[in-house]
Design a protein around this ligand. Structure first.
Ligand SMILES: [Zn+2]
Length: 611
């Protein structure tokens, strides 16, 4: 009984002073206790029951920037996804659950179950280093993987990785990670412990796979397989600029899925951790967003069908856990901006021209929040308050980092029309970055707002906004409970949940096991999820409320949508036209000069050397 009282006290400590919530929580607690005892009573041999439903293989597919509605709005066109959903668990309120909703940090969160503050400090593409006053190496550079920087950084943090945990149970099992263009997704997700990590690049006129895990080469039989590469086309048959999607729309992701199918046939990996990059590219760049995401998803569904057929043919389909998820969402925003240049100028005029190490790691494109690293963190609070006082358009909240003897924390400088629940939600998200690499000042934006910069790119993500935070999550496989869950599952929860499904004791630092995905959940996992539910549901509700409120205000024309004059929109077609015109002039000049030289040679100048 003592433990039950302890449990109640623990929950009591977390309860907000709201009687409705209180009642609801007490109900849930009672239900948990009753269900827990029922489970214990009815199933004394939990281990053997779980044993029969243990997944021996896992196939995790990250649709990069995959909003849940990409699936739910066209489910009838996606028969293979639909089948998995009918025999699987779909999470309505799944969210990133850590501050940065961008590709490299979130793939590392998926691959470790740890928050950025605990996984090596990967809070962004790159970040400011106070020790040197310089910018860290960037996760956006292929060299960061081919020279092992990224893998060493993750390893040195001591965070357990999903690949490493699978190896504990299956020392000889192969864990493979891969992507098309997004080496910065496959690298962090596979991390230092995956056996093989591949990505694709242009090579001798082909889009071809290559190894991005030095010392852990992907087999040549896969890299050299002619069916797993494609000749570079002359057009990508989409509204996405050719630079960003180098193959015909859908082919890049299809090659990754084919690579997975072939790997399965040849090597039967224990785990395949795949990133499909085009979903993100289309979200960022397409001028026909819905239509082109539709084409991608239909192609994905066909490829998924082929992969599932290969699992069936290999005789291991019934032993395989499928996880389909996304690293972040996406918003489209043209007009509602935070004038980032003005903020930067304010800091420079207050603290001096060289006072900033970095603004938005790797984010010249302007994600949906602003991160600033100052040279001297002693200025954090003063500067954050001064920026908030300026009342820039579309700011939701501003935070600054404090460091007391190595204890990092974020404090709020101000919040614009925020409920206590929203402040609580922001406090939670900020805490996931609270470490030596975390930004000194964070500017969180209202829903559907972006930083100024690169106005020709319509799609954005990156911050605490619900559009960027809300992600796809579907689990299907042996022992998975069918149906829909409203639990706010997070990316940190994926690694421990997969581990539990595979019969491995989870060791993640920040995530929990999603107990409601199991037909026979572990009672301890059920209590942990219930406690997590009590904390996270109000957080997700507050983020959703901020989003809905802002969208209403926007529709009523009540939110500022002033675009700064230095943000001149140059459409990519016009940019190409200017480039081509320049090239024509250049080539013309060269031809003329060559002709002139030839004429002079032929006719002579009529001049003579007179010594
Ligand atoms: Zn991404």
């Amino acid at each position: 009984m003592g433990s039950v009282r302890g449990k109640i006290r623990l929950l009591w400590g977390r309860l907000p002073a709201d009687k409705g919530v209180l009642k609801e929580t007490m109900k849930k607690l009672l239900l948990t206790l009753v269900l827990g005892s029922l489970t214990l009573g009815a199933r004394p041999a939990t281990a053997s029951a779980a044993g029969s439903s243990t997944a021996k293989y896992v196939c995790l597919i990250v649709l990069d920037g995959g909003k849940p509605e990409y699936i739910t709005s066209r489910l009838n066109q996606l028969p293979n996804v639909k089948k998995l959903m009918q025999h699987g668990r779909w999470y309505n309120n799944a969210f990133v659950g850590s501050l940065m909703s961008i590709t490299p940090p979130d793939h590392l969160v998926i691959g470790t179950g740890s928050f950025p503050k605990n996984d090596g400090g990967v809070v962004n593409w790159d970040w400011g280093l106070h020790s040197t006053g310089k910018i860290s190496p960037t996760f956006q550079a292929i060299e960061s993987y081919t020279d092992n920087y990224a893998y060493k950084l993750i390893k040195s943090s001591g965070t357990p990785t999903l690949a490493g945990m699978i190896h504990k149970k299956y020392p000889k099992g192969i864990v493979m990670a891969g992507s098309g263009a997004h080496f910065h997704a496959a690298g962090p997700m596979g991390g230092p412990d995956a056996n093989w990590i591949f990505a694709y690049q242009r090579s001798n006129g082909y889009w071809a796979p290559f190894t991005i895990s030095p010392g852990r080469p992907v087999p040549k039989s896969l890299l050299n397989d002619p069916s797993l590469r494609e000749k570079m086309p002359s057009s990508n048959d989409s509204t996405v600029p050719f630079t960003y999607d180098p193959l015909v729309l859908g082919h890049q992701d299809s090659l990754v899925m084919k690579f997975a199918t072939r790997s399965l046939q040849k090597y039967r990996p224990r785990a395949m951790l795949l990133n499909l990059a085009e979903v993100d590219t289309v979200g960022h760049w397409s001028m026909k967003w819905k239509q082109e995401e539709g084409r991608l998803y239909k192609a994905f569904d066909q490829n998924l069908g082929q992969l599932i057929a290969a699992y069936k043919k290999a005789g291991i389909y019934n032993q395989t856990l499928f996880v389909i998820t996304a690293d972040h969402g996406m918003i489209q925003s043209k007009n509602r901006v935070l004038d980032r240049e003005a903020v930067v100028n304010q800091i420079k005029s207050t603290l001096g021209h060289k006072s900033i190490i970095l603004t938005n790691g790797g984010g010249s494109a302007g994600p949906t929040m602003t991160s600033i690293w100052l040279k001297d963190p002693a200025n954090n609070e003063r500067m954050a308050r001064a920026i908030f006082a300026k009342k820039y358009d579309n700011v939701s909240a501003i935070y600054y980092a404090t460091n007391t003897d190595g204890h990092y924390q974020y404090k709020m400088a101000g919040c614009t029309s925020c409920s206590p629940a929203l402040v609580n939600a922001y406090n939670y998200l900020m805490s996931t970055d609270a470490g030596p690499t975390g930004e000194d000042i964070a500017i969180l934006l209202r829903e559907n707002a972006r930083n100024s910069g690169m106005p020709e790119m319509p799609g954005r993500h990156g911050g605490a906004d619900w559009g960027s935070q809300h992600v796809t999550l579907l689990l299907s496989g042996p022992g998975v409970q069918d149906g829909t869950s409203n639990h706010p599952a997070r990316l940190t929860d994926l690694a421990p949940t997969i581990e539990r499904f595979m019969g491995i004791s989870p060791d993640a630092r920040d995530g929990i096991v999603l107990a409601d995905a199991f037909q026979s959940p572990d009672p301890a996992d059920v209590s942990a999820q219930n406690a997590s539910d009590t904390t996270l549901t109000p957080i997700v509700t507050a983020l959703q409320a901020r989003a809905a409120g802002d969208i209403r205000l926007e529709a009523a024309g009540k939110l500022a949508n002033f675009v700064p004059s230095d943000e001149v929109i140059i459409h990519w077609k016009r940019r190409w036209a200017v480039t081509i015109a320049g090239a024509v002039v250049l080539v013309g000049t060269v031809i003329f000069l060559a002709w002139a030289v030839a004429e002079v040679r032929r006719q002579g100048t009529g001049l003579k050397w007179t010594a």
